[in-house]
Write a protein that binds this ligand. Structure first.
Ligand SMILES: *[C@@H]1O[C@H](CO)[C@@H](O)[C@H](O)[C@H]1NC(C)=O
Ligand SMILES: *[C@@H]1O[C@H](CO)[C@@H](O)[C@H](O)[C@H]1NC(C)=O
Ligand SMILES: *[C@@H]1O[C@H](CO)[C@@H](O)[C@H](O)[C@H]1NC(C)=O
Ligand SMILES: *[C@@H]1O[C@H](CO)[C@@H](O)[C@H](O)[C@H]1NC(C)=O
Ligand SMILES: *[C@@H]1O[C@H](CO)[C@@H](O)[C@H](O)[C@H]1NC(C)=O
Ligand SMILES: *[C@@H]1O[C@H](CO)[C@@H](O)[C@H](O)[C@H]1NC(C)=O
Ligand SMILES: *[C@@H]1O[C@H](CO)[C@@H](O)[C@H](O)[C@H]1NC(C)=O
Ligand SMILES: *[C@@H]1O[C@H](CO)[C@@H](O)[C@H](O)[C@H]1NC(C)=O
Ligand SMILES: *[C@@H]1O[C@H](CO)[C@@H](O)[C@H](O)[C@H]1NC(C)=O
Length: 373
């Protein structure tokens, strides 16, 4: 009798208010967070995430299991390091708060029969945590059908099949239905269940290098789609695979509108803006609307630089200057002190005007208003 092993991963997080004792709801200053640890292992920690009391917003508690001599420190979501969600990276940026976590399944098939069904499932029971739409489920192995369903509703997200036609799982090449297939998530999900049907267990059991069926969720789908080498080698060692990306929303109010009516707990500091989460009523996140600076943090007092608007140019500026044949009226300006703020600063080079503020996009300013003359 061979071992029968079905791995169903169901992650349960406890995020009751008691469990997040020590979490804060008011907006902290940089000084009030100065005592908090800045990193765990090689992962930088940004508020609203944090370790230790008064260092995280309620619902954003992390636990750092410090390194022993032989192991690097590891970071986990929640109030204990037995939490199944290990954090390998975090980002707090203008589009939201993100956590990277490994999601990997190894599934042993039962021998001697066809069309056995199996599950691979993942669910963060904490509200406000979703698996982002840009993740992809890769399933490697021979002779199976997979259907990806939304956890709870059972809505079908997609399906794919792998057939090996009597051969073994190829070690390289694209993930195209021969030994490997993939399903993009395509929308944010609270969790998922993948239903597998193994159509030829002889095939899954005769490949000793790649026994059974393996599943992995990663944000780097478009890369592995064309080159599944690392997916297949993650059977033994998944350290090289980009992890799944989770989106974390502020959940103490369902939307920006209601959060702004509860200003004592409103998470967005002054100068920042509020954005509802992608599905209605599932929380919100904050962002700095000012351009460019990626060390901004909209969850901290003065975390977004203020856009000062200087309503009058300096006296030494003419109310309008010019660049070649183009007149430059205030609030636009070329020299220091002559523009209302950085957004209105122009660069004049050999009679051509460009906006200085945006390094990513370059606009050329032309003389449209003179064209009627
Ligand atoms: C840290 O991790 C080790 C090894 O996994 C475990 O034995 C220990 O209990 C953890 N420590 C805490 C405080 O959870
Ligand atoms: C197994 O599934 C395949 C494809 O769905 C079907 O064609 C076949 O008849 C099934 N075999 C058995 C024994 O149920
Ligand atoms: C898979 O999960 C579904 C829904 O939870 C359950 O009904 C089914 O029995 C499970 N199948 C296996 C093989 O575990
Ligand atoms: C099942 O897999 C074995 C081993 O790879 C192969 O020899 C056999 O042809 C497969 N059967 C079917 C029906 O594909
Ligand atoms: C596929 O990826 C592997 C591992 O990253 C790399 O060694 C190999 O050169 C890649 N193959 C192609 C064709 O890019
Ligand atoms: C919340 O709103 C009230 C009334 O508008 C105001 O008095 C108070 O200062 C505000 N508190 C914060 C933290 O913004
Ligand atoms: C203006 O543009 C020129 C040419 O592109 C560049 O060398 C210069 O640094 C720019 N000046 C400012 C203030 O951005
Ligand atoms: C300024 O713009 C004109 C017309 O678009 C172009 O011919 C000229 O080369 C530009 N000068 C510089 C320095 O880019
Ligand atoms: C803007 O002007 C610069 C130099 O004058 C030129 O190199 C660039 O192609 C122009 N960009 C657009 C979008 O016209």
């Amino acid at each position: 009798m061979s071992t029968v092993l079905i791995i169903t991963m169901a992650f349960v997080l406890m995020f009751s208010h008691q469990a997040s004792a020590g979490g804060i709801l008011q907006i902290p200053s940089k000084d009030s967070l100065a005592h908090c640890i800045q990193s765990c292992g090689d992962i930088d920690i940004s508020y609203p995430f944090g370790v230790g009391s008064d260092c995280f917003r309620q619902g954003f508690q992390l636990t750092c299991n410090y390194s022993t001599k032989h192991h690097p420190s590891k970071l986990f979501l929640g109030s204990s390091s037995s939490s199944a969600i290990q954090i390998t990276r975090m980002e707090v940026d203008p589009s939201g708060a993100y956590l990277a976590t490994p999601i990997i399944f190894h599934l042993a098939t039962r021998p001697g029969s066809t069309n056995n069904t199996y599950n691979m499932s993942w669910k963060a029971l904490a509200e406000g945590i979703t698996i982002g739409s840009d993740n992809t489920l890769f399933v490697a192995g021979c002779d199976f059908d997979v259907t990806l369903l939304e956890y709870g509703t059972g809505d079908i997200i997609g399906s794919c099949t792998s057939r090996c036609a009597g051969k073994k799982v190829p070690n390289g090449g694209p993930c195209n239905g021969i030994g490997c297939c993939l399903i993009p998530f395509s929308r944010d999900l609270p969790g998922f269940r993948a239903k597998l049907v193994s159509t030829n267990t002889t095939a899954t059991q005769s490949d000793w290098l790649h026994p059974g069926i393996m599943g992995i969720v990663t944000r780097d789908g478009s890369y592995y789609m064309n080159n599944a080498t690392d997916i297949v080698s993650s059977w033994k060692d998944a350290r090289n695979i980009g992890d799944a990306m989770l989106i974390v929303s502020i959940m103490d109010q369902p939307s920006c509108e209601s959060a702004q009516m509860h200003n004592a707990s409103y998470a967005c500091s002054s100068g920042s803006s509020c954005q509802d989460s992608s599905s209605a009523g599932t929380g919100y996140h904050c962002y700095c609307s000012s351009y460019g600076l990626y060390d901004n943090n909209p969850y901290i007092l003065d975390g977004c630089p203020q856009q000062d608007y200087n309503p009058k140019p300096n006296e030494r500026c003419h109310t309008s200057s010019s660049c070649g044949t183009i007149t430059v009226p205030f609030p636009f300006g070329i020299e220091e002190g002559c523009f209302a703020n950085e957004r209105f600063r122009l660069n004049c080079t050999s009679g051509n005007l460009t906006i200085v503020a945006s390094q990513l996009v370059q606009y050329n300013v032309t003389n449209r208003w003179k064209m009627g003359h």
